[in-house]
Design a protein. Structure first.
Length: 387
């Protein structure tokens, strides 16, 4: 079959746009391009990254859009007005939207991926215009899709509860991670990496977009409590691009007088991500809500012990080895950090178990899961039996 994927949200920018769904799309395209299949895959991408992707994904057809889809308003207009004619011109037999949105009057069956319903669950954490658009487009697209895919059982439950979608319409396909996320035991490499970025020998790491849903203000407050119990606690590194509503985070760091021990290195380049995880003493991801929580699995794959939330999808992503806490219990989060930092046996056991767990989230497994959904979407419908 000719399967066409809308990859407009794939970004190579050094900002928060090259995270989350962009990373998901990149992993999906990479996994599909490695499948041994008779299907033909085409990715529709923004024009400024088309040439680079054609080099990195030689087994996938890359088609650049002529609209300036790197900006939100033109991208939405292109999806709703020009995408369906483009699919007809390219002879699409199955169309996959990996991020919530389908155009009207599609010329072929469709697969729709929904990552989360944060815009319904935590609406005050999202800018009003974006919240309204996501609520509208996700509801409408979910009704139009031939096949629906959720990135976790948690998101599937949300789709049933919040959008009233029948459970049998929803498949779950977990995201996958690249093979370069793995333990790194070369002390000289880790030492050189820390020196390059001015990092101490031991540090606690959060990595993700700076936005309210990540509970970073709560993390800073829990870290302040940790330092009252453990004065030599390693510095806290909060890495990632600035998203939205992050001003309160910096204000809380100043209010606690933690400017010298809470570090903000900013956006982290993809090629260095495994080093950031591997060089950390502990990875912290106490988010309030996630559709999946890919950084959890990436950190685990690198052998770094993880503390994360016991809510939404994060128990699915982290598995039994990670320490799971109520993200609203800041004293409990502080105690979990103290235990993880002082119990060396727990660190060793957790790192080994986490790494083993994370190896199950492969690009191949992800690609095979989506290939199965494409096949189901494109399968001819049997005529109704005559009575």
């Amino acid at each position: 079959m000719r399967i066409i994927i809308n990859a407009q949200l794939l970004s190579l920018a050094r900002s928060y746009r090259n995270a989350g769904i962009s990373r998901f799309i990149s992993a999906l395209l990479c996994g599909l391009s490695q499948l041994e299949t008779e299907d033909h895959f085409t990715a529709l991408v923004a024009s400024q990254i088309a040439d680079q992707l054609a080099t990195t994904l030689p087994h996938m057809r890359i088609v650049a859009t002529q609209w300036p889809t790197a900006d939100a308003a033109p991208r939405v207009a292109w999806e709703q007005l020009a995408l369906a004619p483009t699919l007809r011109r390219l002879g699409a037999e199955v169309f996959h939207s990996p991020a919530h949105a389908l155009p009207p009057r599609l010329p072929c069956p469709s697969v729709l991926t929904i990552h989360d319903l944060a815009f319904l669950r935590y609406p005050h954490h999202i800018q009003p215009a974006r919240r309204r658009y996501l609520a509208w487009i996700t509801r409408r697209s979910a009704r139009l899709a031939t096949r629906l895919v959720a990135v976790s059982e948690s998101t599937k439950r949300d789709l049933v509860t919040w959008l009233g979608i029948p459970e049998q319409r929803i498949a779950v396909v977990y995201p996958g991670i690249d093979e370069d996320f793995q333990p790194l035991h070369a002390a000289d490499t880790l030492h050189a990496f820390r020196a390059k970025h001015g990092l101490p020998p031991r540090y606690l790491l959060f990595l993700g977009t700076l936005e309210p849903r990540k509970n970073l203000v709560g993390l800073v407050e829990a870290y302040a409590r940790l330092r009252t119990h453990l004065e030599d606690a390693p510095p806290l590194v909060i890495a990632g691009g600035r998203g939205w509503y992050f001003e309160t985070l910096f204000a809380r760091v100043r209010a606690f007088g933690l400017e010298r021990v809470v570090l903000f290195p900013g956006y982290v380049a993809r090629e260095e991500l495994p080093l950031w995880y591997a060089a950390a003493t502990l990875f912290l991801y106490p988010s309030l809500y996630e559709g999946f929580g890919l950084p959890i699995v990436e950190a685990q794959a690198c052998g770094t012990p993880v503390i994360t939330s016991n809510r939404a999808s994060m128990p699915e992503a982290s598995g039994p080895a990670a320490i799971q806490v109520d993200p609203s219990d800041l004293e409990g989060l502080a105690q979990a950090m103290q235990i993880a930092l002082t119990d060396t046996a727990l660190q060793t056991r957790g790192a080994t178990a986490d790494s083993t767990w994370a190896r199950g989230f492969t690009l191949q497994r992800m690609a095979v899961g989506y290939a199965a959904q494409y096949a189901l979407a494109g399968a001819p419908v049997a005529p109704a039996e005559r009575i």
